[in-house]
Structure formats: structure tokens, C-alpha cells
Design a protein around this ligand. Structure first.
Ligand code: C2E
Ligand code: MG
Ligand code: MG
Ligand code: MG
Length: 282
């Protein structure tokens, strides 16, 4: 088929493929090096309790500032880190850093909240994840209740072991949530089996609340279902006042998104707190 497109078409195709293959292999090497060189940082995005308009958590999101290639998005490098195994070191870095930072905020007198760390399915399948988590808590001195782990539906691939691992994590005292809820292909029956306490509605649904009646219906249904199951529910990707109004009317518990804040470097979180305090008391 490629040949039928003519020589140029074929050439174009292979060049493009080669470029993406070589960017991938460059990035996978650069990832390993960058981990040792401090190129990775963690940004934090506030999670807001809708009723009280207070901050109840921060999601930790890894950032990679490559000296030559600039800012590379986690959407690009996380899959590479997963394929090459770097995700274990990277994930442990984020976990340690998020715990250390949250403890530092508490020590600075900021009202305590949870920090939510994304755990890749590859990391989750690793046998010693509970030890890794427990070490991060010990090293930082953060109490387990102030740590939440975000899992995606993809961890369900081997459901029996997944449930065992979740119970080991919950036994440490940490909280578990399901990220990007509604976009996976798994059956809903796991919701009653998993020891989770929060569903995060995928931003794709939130984005379409105003423009697509069916997405709005799905959001309402997820919120109701979560509450029926005694789960907390948070909407991701909230960008507009109308979305906030809709979510409040539907009794969604929490929201997170650019409407409130973009993910911020740790130093800016303290500034954010001062501003947020002012805004909510005025
Ligand atoms: P996620 O966990 O679902 O994180 C939410 C993503 O949505 C973040 O993108 C965040 O910056 C972005 N976001 C937040 N509010 C809004 C909004 O109002 N509008 C829009 N359009 N986007 C918003 P980011 O930081 O680029 O991360 C993308 C994904 O990469 C994450 O999706 C997560 O799956 C993965 N990721 C990020 N950090 C880590 C990490 O430390 N470990 C692992 N395993 N994965 C991570
Ligand atoms: Mg997440
Ligand atoms: Mg998400
Ligand atoms: Mg996502």
C-alpha cells in the first residue's frame, strides 16, 4: 500500500516514522539521565470543596524541563517511562517529593489537606508498591491520611491482585481514588469491590457539560451513582463558571481545573493560599 502511494508518499511516511522513533529513543535516554540531574519537578493543582469553597487537596503533577528540548508534557513522557521502566524511579521521586512538600506546608501552618499522587498501572503492578509508599511516608513524616493515590481503571487488568494491593495500601492509611473515571472499558462491578473513596470524573465529560446534553446526563449519573455507593466525587477540568454552577446544582462534592487554578510550582501554592483566603473572606 505504501508503494502504491508513490515514491514520495512512501518516503514521507518512513521519515515521519523514523523521526518519532528517534524522538522516543532520545527521550527514553534523556529521561534516565534527567532523573539523576534534577530536571523533574512537581507542580500542584488545588482541589476545591464546592459547598464550602475551601481547598481540600492538591494533585501532584510531574513536570520535565529538559535543558535543550524545553518543557515536555507528561502525556508524552509518561508512556515512554512506562515502556522503558523509568516509571519506577520517576514515580518514587514524585511520591517522595509530594509527601515531603505536603509535610512542609503543614509545618508552615497551612491548614492540612491531602496530596493526590498519580500511580501508573505499571507502578501499581510492581510488588513492592506498598513498601515504596510506606517509605515515602516514613521519610517525610507525613501522616498517611494526607496522602491519596490516583489509580486509573487500567489497574483492573488483573483484578484479584489489584484488590489485594489496594487493601495493603488502605491498611497503611492512605486514600485511593479512580482517575479519569468513565473513559476506561472496565465493568462497573469493580466499584463495589475496590476499597476506594473517590471517583474523579474525566475532564472530557466536564468539558462538554454545556454543549452536549448527553455528556451532561452522564456527569449527573456519575455523581448520583457515586453518592449511592457512598463515594466522594470530583470533577476534573473545570474551566467555567457555568460548569461550577452545574456541578453545584448536582451536588458534586469537589472540583479541580483552570477555573480555580492551573497546576502551580510549590512556591506559588503559599501565595495562592493568601489570595484564596482573601477572596473567600471578602
Ligand atoms: P490526570 O491525572 O488526569 O491529570 C489531569 C490533567 O489535566 C493534568 O495534565 C492537568 O494539568 C490538566 N488539567 C487540569 N485542569 C485542567 C483544565 O481545567 N482544563 C484542561 N484542559 N486541563 C486541565 P498534565 O499535568 O499534562 O498531566 C497529564 C496526565 O499525565 C495526567 O492526567 C496523568 O495521567 C499523567 N501524569 C502527570 N503526572 C504524573 C505522575 O507524577 N505520575 C504518573 N504516573 N502520571 C502522571
Ligand atoms: Mg490524576
Ligand atoms: Mg484525570
Ligand atoms: Mg488523564
Amino acid at each position: 500500500r505504501a508503494k502504491a502511494d508513490g515514491k514520495n508518499g512512501y518516503q514521507f511516511f518512513t521519515n515521519e516514522l523514523n523521526e518519532s522513533v528517534s524522538r522516543r529513543s532520545n527521550l527514553s535516554m534523556a529521561l534516565r539521565k534527567g532523573l539523576g540531574r534534577g530536571e523533574f519537578t512537581v507542580h500542584y493543582q488545588p482541589q476545591i470543596q464546592l459547598e464550602s469553597e475551601t481547598v481540600i487537596g492538591m494533585e501532584a503533577l510531574v513536570r520535565w524541563q529538559h535543558p535543550k528540548l524545553g518543557m515536555i508534557s507528561p502525556g508524552e513522557f509518561i508512556p515512554i517511562a512506562e515502556e522503558t521502566g523509568s516509571i519506577h524511579r520517576l514515580g518514587e521521586f514524585v511520591l517522595n517529593e509530594a509527601c515531603r512538600q505536603n509535610k512542609a506546608w503543614q509545618d508552615a501552618g497551612i491548614p492540612p489537606f491531602r496530596v493526590a499522587v498519580n500511580i501508573s498501572a505499571i507502578q501499581f503492578a510492581q510488588k513492592d508498591l506498598p513498601e515504596v509508599v510506606s517509605r515515602a511516608l516514613d521519610a517525610s513524616g507525613l501522616e498517611a491520611e494526607y496522602l491519596e493515590l490516583e489509580l486509573t481503571e487500567s489497574v483492573i487488568q488483573s483484578a484479584d491482585r489489584a484488590i489485594d494491593t489496594m487493601h495493603e495500601l488502605v491498611a497503611l492509611g492512605v486514600h485511593l481514588s479512580i482517575d479519569d473515571f468513565g473513559t476506561g472499558y472496565s465493568s462497573l462491578s469493580y466499584l463495589k469491590l475496590f476499597p476506594i473513596d473517590t471517583l474523579k470524573i474525566d475532564q472530557y465529560f466536564t468539558k462538554n457539560i454545556e454543549s452536549d446534553e448527553k455528556d451532561a446526563a452522564l456527569v449527573k449519573t456519575i455523581i448520583r451513582m457515586a453518592h449511592e455507593l457512598d463515594l466522594n466525587v470530583i470533577a476534573e477540568g473545570v474551566e467555567t463558571e457555568n460548569q461550577v454552577a452545574f456541578l453545584k446544582a448536582e451536588s458534586c462534592n469537589q472540583a479541580q481545573g483552570y477555573f480555580y487554578n492551573r497546576p502551580l510550582p510549590a512556591e506559588e501554592i503559599e501565595v495562592f493560599f493568601q489570595q484564596f483566603k482573601k477572596a473567600s473572606s471578602s
